[in-house]
Design a protein around this ligand. Structure first.
Ligand code: WTA
Length: 559
């Protein structure tokens, strides 16, 4: 098997840890102010601490969009977070309240999240492309009382269906009927009280999909900072002068953990790009900002690859020094392409919403085996288990499991103890990820697929149940089975198999209508790219449950 060896150069992990040496997360505790004061708050560690330690003039956020560029120092960020925190407080937001944030990729999204956290609220970032029903289901599930959004997004907030929602803040100056957080903030003081909490108090909530039921609210606690800081240091290899860019929106866990918290905990400069993907726009941001560490997803790398050499050659990308990937399987060819294109390896990382931080990764100074996600990071133990929870021999497929004692593990699944327990079918010792994997003799882990029907399109996790339910709400659809179909660029695409109700006939127009129906209500990424109409769907004999597995096989064979 091919092994890619690391280039020369010094990396944090090299100086701080030797292969095989034991590592305990307690070793990281003294990095935080709470180690001495006993007072914990994520925002304090991300923002205020840097200002207090004399790094206020350093650039914290650097925003690029088609029309503008903004830069914010740590001091600017601190002042604005404080003003927003004061506004939230004036409107009654307090410790443990849910504050949803529905904003585009923009410094305001960072400010809103950090301000809510500063006063002890639990922040719920929502993906910017969510449509009305996705927004409704999430806020409703935890009776969210507060929402920070912008006027452009208001038509996707079904206010009437959300009786729990008390105050809606907007980030525009004047919108009839809403509280303008930006204009109220202008009148507020630059100082604000930090709500000191316990390490195990709630920090954020992310809704995520499995194969059954609606998305579940995964709640994390402030203690995640231990691992988010440390993986930022050892896996992302963040150093003082890095210009760091994570391309994910905070509505996905990667965008929150590695787009907001981890880089700020490490005190680097974070790039934010507002707007859509295009190879030109992205290369332009890398060149303009001089991005050195870049965290993206296989789909993005594949899209850059297919945009071609000519586009790439127009930009100076020599500032890049460390590339990372997450969210879906990273094909070896992408790694080989990146070596040609940037002279750098792509370091795959593996984790999940539930895990709160990276667990398996290709560390910057270790060999990479293309096709493998890497090895468990220091302080993490992984295993591949059989159905009974016994370890499988090396080289054989089984369920990927992690010894359940890493600091960033979820605190709870909101109002769903049963779901939480389902991650621990063999007792408290092992967390079962739901992924199938092989571990080789050297401890490298190779992803083999999901053990359930969850779909992964462009690194976004989509539950088939949610899409099926939406399709069934359309009167033309009698039955629906939704699966992931393999795709060259996106990894998988959402494919729906349906049967029609009697008065409907299949034609392109109807199928387009169904696509739009899901797209407008749920989100563009959840809308089936392909819809196939069938006479009947394969079902289990006894319970009559639709067999997604059969649909998937059919798709593989039939194309
Ligand atoms: C998949 C994203 C292959 C996996 C941080 C996991 C991956 C799910 C990788 C979690 C990887 C994540 N290679 N598959 N490097 N990383 N996955 O919650 O199936 O959006 O269970 O978290 O994505 O998706 P989630």
């Amino acid at each position: 098997m091919a092994v890619l060896t690391p280039a020369e150069g010094s990396h944090n992990i090299d100086e701080e840890w030797k292969e095989g040496e034991p590592f305990h997360w307690e070793r990281v505790h003294p990095e935080f102010t709470w180690y001495e004061t006993g007072k914990v708050n994520m925002t304090y560690e991300c923002v205020d601490r840097h200002v207090e330690q004399g790094r206020g003039e350093k650039k914290a956020l650097w925003y690029f969009s088609e029309h503008e560029e903004q830069s914010w120092t740590y001091l600017d960020l601190q002042k604005e977070v404080n003003r927003w925190a004061n506004v939230l407080k004036n409107h009654g937001v307090g410790k443990g309240d849910f504050v949803f944030v529905f904003l585009p990729k923009h410094p305001h999204c960072h400010v809103a999240m950090l301000a809510a956290v500063k006063i002890g609220a639990v922040v719920g970032p929502l993906f910017e492309a969510f449509m009305e029903e996705a927004v409704r289901d999430r806020i409703k599930d935890c009776d969210g009382e507060y929402l920070i959004t912008s006027s452009e997004f208001l038509d996707r907030v079904p206010k009437k269906e959300l009786p729990s929602l008390g105050t809606i803040f907007v980030t525009d100056d004047h919108v009839e009927g809403y509280v303008s957080i930006t204009s109220e903030a202008k009148k507020e003081k630059e100082e604000a009280m930090t709500e000191w909490v316990d390490l195990n108090d709630g920090l954020n909530i992310h809704y995520t999909s499995g194969s059954t039921g609606k998305p579940k609210g995964i709640i994390h606690a402030h203690r995640v900072m231990i691992q988010q800081y440390q993986t930022g240091r050892w896996v992302l290899d963040l150093k003082e002068d890095d210009i760091y860019w994570c391309t994910a929106h905070p509505g996905w866990v990667t965008g929150t953990v590695y787009g907001v918290f981890a880089p700020l905990l490490n005190g680097v400069t974070t790039v934010i790009h507002g707007g859509r993907f295009s190879a030109e726009a992205w290369y332009d941001v890398i060149e303009k900002a001089g991005v050195s560490v870049w965290y993206s997803a296989p789909t993005a790398y594949r899209m850059l690859k297919s945009a071609g050499e000519d586009v790439r050659r127009r930009y100076d990308l020599t500032s890049l020094r460390h590339l990372l990937s997450v969210g879906e399987p990273l094909n070896p060819e992408v790694i080989y392409w990146a070596q040609e294109a940037f002279g750098l390896r792509v370091h795959d990382t593996w984790w999940m919403t539930e895990t709160g931080a990276q667990l398996i990764a290709n560390l910057p100074t270790r060999n990479i085996k293309p096709g493998s996600m890497g090895r468990p990071i220091p302080g993490v133990e992984a295993a591949v288990l059989d159905e009974e929870g016994q370890e499988r021999p090396r080289g054989e497929v089984g369920h990927l499991a992690i010894r359940a004692d890493w600091p960033a593990i979820m605190k709870e699944v909101w109002k769903n103890e049963e779901k939480y327990a389902s991650y621990f079918p063999h007792g408290e010792e092992w967390y079962i990820a739901g992924d199938l994997a092989i571990m080789d003799e050297d401890g490298y882990v190779f992803f083999q697929g999901r053990s359930d029907d969850m779909i992964n399109a462009s690194g976004e996790r989509i539950g088939p149940f949610e899409v099926e339910s939406k399709l069934l709400e359309h009167e033309a659809v009698a039955e629906a089975g939704v699966v992931g179909k393999p795709d060259e660029v996106r990894g998988e695409i959402v494919k729906a198999f349906i049967t029609l109700t009697p008065t409907y006939v299949a034609n392109e127009e109807l199928l387009e209508e169904l696509r739009l129906f899901v797209k407008r209500r749920l989100a563009a990424h959840a809308a089936p790219k392909e819809i196939e109409v069938m006479e009947e769907l394969p079902k289990t004999q006894i319970s009559g449950k639709i067999l997604r597995r059969k649909l998937k096989e059919r798709d593989r064979v039939g194309g």
